[in-house]
Structures are given as structure tokens and as C-alpha cells.
Design a protein around this ligand. Sequence first.
Ligand code: F6P
Length: 424
Amino acid sequence: RMRIAVLTSGGDSAGMNAAVRAVVKAGISKGCESYVVREGYEGLVRGNTAPLTPRRVAQRHLPPERLARFSNEALVKNLSFGEGPALKEGAGDADDDEEGGTLKGRYIVQVGWDDVRGWMGEGGTFIGSARSATFRTPEGRLKAAHNLIKEGIDGLVVCGGDGSLTGADRLRSEWPELVQQLLASGEINEHQAALYSHLKIVGLVGSIDNDMALTDLTIGAPTALQRICEAIDNINSTAASHSRAFVVEVMGRHCGWLALMAGVSAGADYVFIPEQPPKSEPWEEEMCEVIKRHREVGKRKTIVIVAEGAHDRDLNPIKAEKVKEVLSNVLKLDTRVTTLGHTQRGGRPVAMDRILPTLQGIDAVNALLEATPSQPSYMIGIRENKILRIPLVDAVQQTQAVAAAIEARDFAKAMGLRDPEFDQ
Ligand code: F6P
């Protein structure tokens, strides 16, 4: 029986719970044992230091049909809303409290069918997420490999953004070397080294930024876009009442997808995105000229959306406060700045962020079950409405190529790499 573990990593996004649910349930229904890793890669590095409680031992010995339906409210409670990340120094060494069922000292936890009941429509990630600095070190990855082998995990699903999937790809490529190191230091034996010679790993893209190459959509991006759209709808009425201008800063890191799509769906007079800075220098003139024209035809409100990673053609950041200054001083508009911040990331997933992670989570399990050592690790994407498997290494490389093109100020190339259909 394959043991499949799933973790969520990096910034949370709506739909991550649905992804975990899908992996857990698909795994069980295909005869695997399902595990969750709490707190992202940090949990993988920390592993299990506290012993299994009698309750969990019993859980292990239940026949699979019973185990699959094992209702464990305490476990769910602690997975979901328990003591929190327990990432403080030493927290991982605390004893497991068998009565309360806390998960102190246990980061890699077997779960049953009922443990993920009701997770589909919940925001954030119940199993916790982190941006682990330790996992970025060779020692951290060695510990992670050891913990996976100790727990007998032979398939791993990572749900996270480009940084997290880059980490997954790194773990995959270093795996044979890590196994050899563990064997040489006596941490594992010959039998384990042979059994776990190949790590099966699959990536699901969970990020509000929609910044991963070779997939049309990432889990959480539709929800974040909806949040932005609703926020701008709200701003519109107050802006028009006072004939004001609003500069709305949206998330997206180095990617302008949220800003651009919000501009289309909620309506904006001007949008700043990293991939396509204003054509002329200085950018102030071009923006003012457009907004002036809109005001002259009778618009009572002005909306400018600024992606948090926006910059000019020389890569100098374009910040919302600076845009406000220009609108106030040059166009004499009564201007306010609204930074939407983490309201974009939180809350219940929209329907697409339930369907996408469910279909992709099921395919992630299928991909693990079908994986052979000669095949690459896959990222599960969606293109033209089809769920696809894309070599993880290609997706990571192409995403890095977009960043490099922006860095080199080759903006047309960046747009072309993000979207091959893009027409200058
Ligand atoms: O990658 C997701 C994201 O929300 C970005 O859009 C944003 O730049 C960043 O994470 C914010 O990170 P944090 O939650 O650590 O402030």
C-alpha cells in the first residue's frame, strides 16, 4: 500500500483545503494510506518526535474499511484550529497528549476519510503553511528526506506557489544523493535505501498570484480576483459619489495577472503591471493623459490599479502613494489609496477554487500511482480547460525565465513566456 502525504506551502490560498481533501480521499479510495504534513516543509523537516498515542496505534490497526471512515473529531479539531503552528523553538519536542489528541511533536499525521469532511468550502489551509527557511538548507532537506523515509511515505503532493514547487523539484533532483548520505551516516539501512531510492513527488499550484508558467490558472487565483472585484465594486459607488480617484494596490508579487484581470472585470482607468510597464517615459504623462480623457467625457470616478510588483521601464518601483501624488498634484483629483492586502487571500473559495483543486488533487494521486523512476515529476496544471500533467522542472524553469526576462527589461519576452498567445 502506497503511503501518500500532502502538504501546503508558502502563502495560503483559497482552495488549498479542497486540494488536501481531494488528495486524502482519492488516496484512500485507491487503496493508499493518506497522510498530511502540518506546517508545510517545516513540518517535513521537524517530522515526528513524539510517540504515537494508543489511539493512533489503534487507528493503524483498524481494517482499511474502518480506517477509511474513521471519525476522529479531536484530530480534525487539532489539525484545523488547534494550538497553531507550534513552530516556536522546542515545541516540536513536546509530548503528544493522548487525551486531548493534540498533535504536538507530530507533523506527519495519518488521516482518514472523515478527517477532511467539510473542508471543501473552507478558506486558508487547515494543515498549516509556512515559508520554511530550514528546508532551503541542505541539512534541512536531508532531515526532510529522513523523516519521509522513517514514516514510510513513498509519494508526496506539494500544494504551493512557484517557490514551493521549486523546492519540490530540488528535493526530487537531490533525492538519490540524500538517500546515499543517510545510508552512509547509518540513519537508514540498505533495505530502506533500496525501497526509497526514488521519491515520487507531484506539485499542485496553490497561489493567489497565478504566476506559474505552463498552466492557465492556479488554485486560489479566481477567489482572490473575486475579492478584488467585489472591493472595487464597493469603492466605485463611494468614488463616484465624491467624484474621487482611488488608487487600489493589489497583491500578485512579480505577476500582474490579478491587477490586469481586476482591471477588466471591475473596470479601471489605468493598470500598472510588472510585465508591461507604461510605454512612454515618464509614466506620469501617459497615465494623466488617459485619465484626463476619461474625465473629459464625463466620468465621475477614477480607478487606478497598481500591482504590488509594478515598476517603470528602468525597474524603479511604481508605488500607490506616488500615483496618488501625481493624480492629486497634476490632475487636481481628490485621491485616496486603498491597499487591499490579505483580504484578497482570505475567505471561502469560489466554485472554481473547489472544482480545480478537486480535479487536480485526484489527478495528483493518479500521477503518483502511475509514476515510474524514468518519468519526470509532474505539476498538475490546467490548459484550455483540460487538467494536464506538466514536467515540474519545465514549469519551474519557464517561471524563472519570465522573472529573468523582466529583470533584463525584455518585457515583450516576459509577456510572451507567460502567455504564448500574447500579441504585442
Ligand atoms: O504569494 C502570495 C502573496 O499573497 C503575494 O501576492 C504577496 O506578495 C505575498 O504573498 C504576501 O506575503 P505575506 O503573507 O508573507 O505578507
